[in-house]
Design a protein around this ligand. Structure first.
Ligand code: FES
Length: 145
């Protein structure tokens, strides 16, 4: 019984006493984890591609963290998944997120400069009005009698 990890095609021997997160970390496959499996962070999302009948179904806590993702495309929290049969798992979301985390901040900042807003200039109110001593409300009423 094996877990096939896509897109690399790595195969991991199943240990029902360990979660998918633990098995991936032991085999050098990076999956984000902030809460170390409590579960609280929902950073460890993976997609079960095949064999979802060979994993323990999600708990209500896991479902509340996943939202609709479980029903839409079969995403699960890898820290909660224990497999007892052949499973295929897609970790491409983790790979994409890791790549974004290592992007240079400098590049991000320079992109922001291109999209600077000029809203402050557009909303600036220039004060044009009567000379001092006369209020705006007096204007347009005509001469006082
Ligand atoms: S590691 Fe935090 S929810 Fe799975």
């Amino acid at each position: 019984m094996k877990i096939r990890v896509e897109p690399s095609g790595t195969e991991i021997e199943i240990d029902p006493n360990k979660t998918l997160l633990q098995l991936c970390h032991e085999n050098g496959i990076h999956i984000n984890s902030l809460c170390k499996g409590q579960p609280k962070c929902a950073e460890c999302r993976v997609k079960i591609v095949k064999g979802d009948h060979n994993v323990i179904p999600p708990t209500s806590i896991e479902l509340s963290l996943l939202g609709n993702n479980y029903y839409l495309d079969g995403r699960r929290l890898s820290c909660q998944v224990r497999a007892f049969g052949d499973v295929s798992v897609d970790v491409s979301e983790q790979i994409e997120r890791e790549a974004l985390a290592h992007k240079k901040v400098r590049g991000f900042r320079s992109m922001n400069k291109q999209h600077q807003s000029h809203a402050v200039l557009d909303t600036m109110i220039l004060q044009e009005g009567p000379p001092s001593g006369k209020s705006q409300s007096d204007e347009g009423r005509g001469p006082k009698k």
